[in-house]
Design a protein around this ligand. Structure first.
Ligand code: GLN
Length: 198
């Protein structure tokens, strides 16, 4: 399994390390040609405005959209979720693939980063998933074709923090920063399923 990790900015090395641990080949993607022959792609956390600007600069926007359209698995974590969304309520380069409305920095500023134990649909095991949120976005609304996978609590309200739309996956937290690799396994299963339908 060859999985690309968008390596323009942000926490891409941590994703590569988890993929390597799970026996997948991790490929750093900086240019459109790096997408050739990949079975899936992870868009890491970082700063979504910067990632978007660099993606425009390196002419990655259309090739990334095309990759998603062909049914390849794509997973955005944190800034990656923002970059994959249709609507974030402000003007910045977006792939516009995921039918979700996102609020950036929804849990407060850097000092308000937090951790929470979540139960996640489809991610197996009895233990909750220990999720790390860093200046995280939340998903305010999802379209019809989007399945909610996990919720977290904000001001005593449940908000959406993980969702899936067919071959697309988004999480507002950073699974690559916890030692739990169940989310990466889940994504590799999605990439495998994509190969079967391709
Ligand atoms: N706050 C960042 C943004 O809006 C995302 C933070 C992260 O990826 N950890 O792009």
């Amino acid at each position: 399994m060859r999985i690309g990790v968008l390596a323009l900015q942000g926490a891409f090395i941590e994703h590569e390390q988890v993929l390597a641990r799970l026996g997948a080949e991790a490929v750093e993607v900086r240019l459109p040609r790096d997408l050739d022959g990949l079975d899936g792609l992870i868009i890491p956390g970082g700063e979504s405005t910067t990632i978007g600007k660099l993606a425009v600069h390196y002419q990655l926007m259309e090739p990334l959209r095309e990759m998603a359209r062909t049914g390849k698995a794509m997973w955005g974590t944190c800034a990656g979720l923002i970059f994959m969304a249709k609507d974030v309520g402000r003007d910045q380069p977006l792939l516009g693939l995921m039918d979700v409305t996102v609020e950036r920095n929804a849990f407060g500023r850097q000092v308000d980063s937090f951790e929470a134990n979540l139960s996640i649909k489809g991610v197996d095991g009895d233990q909750p998933f220990h999720a790390i949120f860093i200046r995280a976005p939340l998903i305010e609304a999802v379209g019809k074709g989007v399945e909610v996978l996990a919720r977290a609590e904000k001001n005593h309200r449940d908000v959406i923090v993980a969702a899936r739309q067919g071959n697309l996956l988004v999480t507002s937290f950073h699974p690559e920063l916890s030692s739990d690799d169940r989310f990466h396994r889940y994504f590799l299963q999605m990439a495998k399923a994509g190969l079967r339908t391709a």
